[in-house]
Design a protein around this ligand. Structure first.
Ligand code: ADP
Ligand code: MG
Length: 212
């Protein structure tokens, strides 16, 4: 799967937030998007995922494997988003949180089996029945990522995914995220303020995003 952004620009009703931007993300690649606070990074990700706030309108194209997705509702675009905030449902166990990410095509016992498989690969079967506040921050971060990946996204958008984690956890979780994206060969866009997050030899879009 390849993600292409072509001449995308977003207007807030008065003026464009940024000049038209174009770039392509290959399967398994993580493209880093940088820029000052308020420049429009999160808004650009919302436009790509298809849930732009009503205050904005966008022009340009977003395509997945050459298919334009601009006319599609967010759920049909199948683009997964991970934010900095830990968004596990506090009233659901780890296993139930993971199950929530599963598409409807999995039914009955298959759903529980998928969750068990996921926890087994992570060596985390022991926490299946724990609640989010009973596990560590690193475990919560991994479970949130896996819940998003279980929805089988065709592309992944990471909005400052590591910014609330302390240094040690940050390094470990970053490696985990990159290896999952690489294994699944999903294109990813990551917003960050920290140079240390940039993958080796990774494409970086620095503000103002003058790309072609
Ligand atoms: P960044 O993620 O780069 O910090 P944002 O994309 O969140 O920036 O915001 C870009 C600009 O759009 C800012 O000026 C912000 O105040 C404004 N903005 C963000 N969300 C909304 C919204 N829902 N409605 C109106 N304006 C918004
Ligand atoms: Mg933002």
């Amino acid at each position: 799967m390849t993600l292409s952004v072509e001449n995308l620009t977003i207007n807030n009703g008065h003026q464009p937030l940024f000049a038209p931007v174009s770039f392509t993300v290959s399967p398994g690649e993580v493209v880093t998007l940088m820029g000052p606070s308020g420049c429009g990074k999160s808004t650009l990700l919302s436009a790509i995922a298809g849930h732009l706030a009503p205050a904005f309108h966008c022009q340009g194209n977003v395509s997945l494997n050459g298919h334009n997705v601009m006319g599609l509702a967010p759920n049909l675009r199948k683009i997964g988003v991970l934010f900095q905030d830990d968004l596990l449902f506090p009233h659901l166990s780890v296993g139930e949180n993971l199950m929530f990410g599963l598409p409807r095509c999995y039914q009955g016992n298959e759903r529980a089996a998928k969750v068990t498989d996921t926890l087994t690969t992570l060596n985390l079967t022991a926490i299946a029945n724990k609640m989010p506040d009973e596990i560590s921050g690193g475990q919560r971060a991994r479970i949130s990522l896996m819940r998003m990946l279980l929805s089988k996204p065709q592309a992944v958008l990471l909005d400052e995914p590591f910014s609330k984690l302390d240094k040690a956890l940050r390094d470990e979780f970053r490696q985990f995220v990159f290896s999952q994206i690489q294994q699944r060969q999903i294109p990813a866009i990551m917003v960050t303020h920290d140079d240390a997050d940039i993958p080796a030899n990774g494409q970086v879009l620095n503000w103002p995003w003058q790309t072609s």
